[in-house]
Design a protein around this ligand. Structure first.
Ligand SMILES: Nc1ncnc2c1ncn2[C@@H]1O[C@H](COP(=O)(O)OP(=O)(O)OP(=O)(O)O)[C@@H](O)[C@H]1O
Length: 461
C-alpha cells in the first residue's frame, strides 16, 4: 500500500486558544499542521488544503463556552468532504456533546485537558484508517472485468461497486444490515448477494414485502400460526422467520410494519425465539434479518410510527444504494445486459441498440430505476422491427432539463472538475463498450489525453 509520507499529511487543528494552538503545532511537527481559530477560517482551509484529519474544539468564538459553533464547523466539514476524519475535542464534562458529535458523523472524540501523546495516537490512527480507505476505494474503483459484483449484479459504477464491497465485507459478520434505496435499485438482489456471500448460504433465503401484505395477515406471515388459532387456520403453518431458520430473511419495506408487530419483531431480535399465533411455546430460531425500506425512518421515529429500539437492532450497518441516475454509465450497461437476456427468446432477430436508443437510455432519469429499465428494454425488444432497438421502440418520454449533480455539494473547483470528468469518461467508455478510440472521439479529446485522464483518476480502461 502506498501510504502518504507523514510530512505530506495535512492535519487541520480547529482551536481558538492560542496557547494550545502553538502547543499542538509543535507536537505534530510530523504533519503539515494547519490552524484555524473559527468557523470561517476552518472552512476556508478545508477547501484550500483538503486535510484528511481534523481536530475540532467544540467551543469556538463567538460562543467559546457553548458547542453550537463547533457543531456548525463539523457539519460544514462533513457536508463538503464526508470522508474527513474529525476528532472532536470537547471540554471536561461535555461527554453528551461529544457523543452527539459522533452521532453526527465525527470520527472520534477526546476530552480535555489535552494529553498531547494520547491525542497524537488518535490522530495517527485516523491517518492510518484514512490510508486504508483510500486504498480500498482505489481497489473498488478498479471494479471487475466482467462488470459483475456479488454474483448477479451488473454494474460498472464505483458508487455501486463500493456498496457491493461493503456488503461482501459484512456478509460474514454478526451485524444487522439495513438497505436504504429507492424502489427498483436492487435491494433484494443485494440482500440475496449478502446471503450468498455469508456462511448461511446453504440455508434458505426468504423474502417478504411487508407493504404488499394486508396488516391483518402480516403477523401470521412472519410468525406463523397453530392449527385453530383463528377461523381459517386449518393447519399449523410456519411463518417466514421460521422458514428462514439457518438462513436469511429479507424484510422488504420494513417501515410498513405496524407498531404492535414491531414489538413482536423486536422481541424476536432480542431473544431469538418466536411464538406462532395461538402457540404456547417459544421456538428458538436462528435467522438473520436483512431489511430494506425506501421510507424516511428518521421521520417515522420522530413521529412515533417506528420504534427507535427496533431501528437500532435492525440497522447496525446502514447501506445506501444509489439510484440508477446516480450511477453514470450503468443504464447503458444494464440495457445491453437485458437486451441480450431477452432477445434470444422474445425476438431473436434483435442484435443490439441503434445509437439514438443508447443515447436516450443514457439521458433518461429512470425514476423506477433498474426495474423500470428492465421492463422498458423487454418491451422494446418485443416491439423492435429490425436488428436494432431504436429510440422509438423505447417509447421514452424524456423529462427535460434534468441532469447530473443534484446532490453536488462541491468541495472546490478541482474536485468539481474531477467529478464531472469522471462522469463523462465513464459514460463515453460504456457507450463505446470500452473502446478507447471511440470513447476519446465521443469526448472530443485525443487518445493519449484520455489515457492520461484514466491514469490520473485511476479509472479502468
Ligand atoms: N445491478 C443489477 N444488475 C442486474 N439486475 C438488476 C440490478 N439491479 C436490479 N436488477 C434487477 O432489477 C429488478 C429490481 O431489483 P430488486 O427487486 O432487487 O429491487 P428493489 O430495490 O428490491 O425494489 P423494491 O424496493 O421495489 O422491492 C430485479 O429484476 C433485479 O434482478
Amino acid at each position: 500500500m502506498s501510504a502518504t509520507p507523514p510530512e505530506a499529511r495535512k492535519l487541520l487543528v480547529v482551536e481558538d486558544d492560542s496557547g494550545l494552538q502553538a502547543q499542538l503545532k509543535w507536537a505534530y511537527d510530523d504533519y503539515q499542521v494547519l490552524i484555524a481559530g473559527d468557523h470561517d477560517s476552518a472552512v476556508d482551509l478545508l477547501r484550500a488544503e483538503e486535510p484528511d484529519v481534523v481536530t475540532l474544539d467544540l467551543g469556538l468564538p463567538p460562543e467559546p463556552d457553548g458547542t453550537r459553533e463547533g457543531f456548525r464547523v463539523l457539519k460544514a466539514i462533513l457536508d463538503a468532504k464526508p470522508d474527513t476524519k474529525v476528532i472532536v475535542v470537547s471540554g471536561h464534562g461535555e461527554r453528551a456533546s461529544a457523543l452527539a458529535a459522533i452521532a453526527s458523523g465525527a470520527w472520534d472524540f477526546y476530552q480535555k485537558p489535552i494529553d498531547i501523546e494520547e491525542l497524537g495516537l488518535i490522530v495517527r490512527r485516523a491517518f492510518h484508517v484514512r490510508d486504508l480507505e483510500v486504498e480500498n476505494s482505489r481497489l473498488s474503483e478498479q471494479g471487475t472485468t466482467d462488470n459483475r459484483v456479488l454474483g448477479g449484479m451488473i454494474t460498472g459504477a464505483p458508487e455501486m461497486v463500493k456498496v457491493a464491497r461493503t456488503i461482501e465485507r459484512v456478509a460474514d459478520l454478526d451485524v444487522s444490515v439495513m438497505l436504504l434505496g429507492a424502489s427498483g435499485t436492487g435491494k433484494e438482489l443485494l440482500a440475496r448477494g449478502l446471503h450468498e456471500a455469508s456462511a448461511r448460504r446453504d440455508g434458505a433465503f426468504v423474502a417478504i414485502n411487508c407493504a404488499a401484505i394486508p396488516e391483518s395477515l402480516l403477523e401470521s406471515e412472519l410468525f406463523g400460526h397453530e392449527k385453530g388459532a383463528f377461523t381459517g387456520a386449518v393447519k399449523t403453518t410456519e411463518g417466514k422467520i421460521e422458514l428462514a431458520h439457518g438462513g436469511t430473511l429479507f424484510l422488504d419495506e420494513v417501515g410498513d410494519i405496524p407498531l404492535p408487530l414491531q414489538v413482536k419483531l423486536l422481541r424476536f431480535l432480542q431473544e431469538r425465539t418466536i411464538e406462532r399465533i395461538g402457540g404456547r411455546k417459544a421456538i428458538a430460531v436462528d435467522t438473520r434479518i436483512v431489511c430494506a425500506t425506501h421510507r424516511d425512518l428518521d421521520a417515522m421515529i420522530a413521529d412515533g410510527s417506528f420504534r427507535d429500539d427496533l431501528y437500532y437492532r435492525l440497522a447496525e450497518m446502514v447501506v445506501k444504494i444509489p439510484t440508477l441516475a446516480g450511477r453514470p454509465g450503468d443504464a447503458v450497461l444494464l440495457a445491453r445486459h437485458f437486451l441480450h437476456q431477452y432477445a434470444p427468446t422474445m425476438n431473436p432477430a434483435v442484435r443490439g441498440f441503434a445509437p439514438d436508443a443508447l443515447h436516450a437510455i443514457d439521458e433518461a432519469r429512470w425514476p423506477g430505476n433498474v426495474r423500470e429499465l428492465e421492463n422498458r428494454i423487454k418491451r422494446a425488444v418485443i416491439m423492435a422491427d429490425g436488428k436494432l432497438v431504436t429510440k422509438g421502440d423505447l417509447d421514452l418520454a424524456r423529462a427535460a432539463n434534468e441532469n447530473e449533480g443534484d446532490e453536488a455539494a462541491w468541495l472546490n473547483l478541482r474536485s468539481a472538475r474531477e467529478a464531472a470528468d469522471r462522469v463523462a469518461i465513464r459514460r463515453a467508455m460504456t457507450q463505446s463498450e470500452g473502446n478507447i478510440s471511440s470513447a476519446a472521439k465521443l469526448l472530443g479529446i485525443s487518445r493519449p489525453t484520455l489515457y492520461d485522464l484514466l491514469k490520473q483518476y485511476r479509472m479502468q480502461a
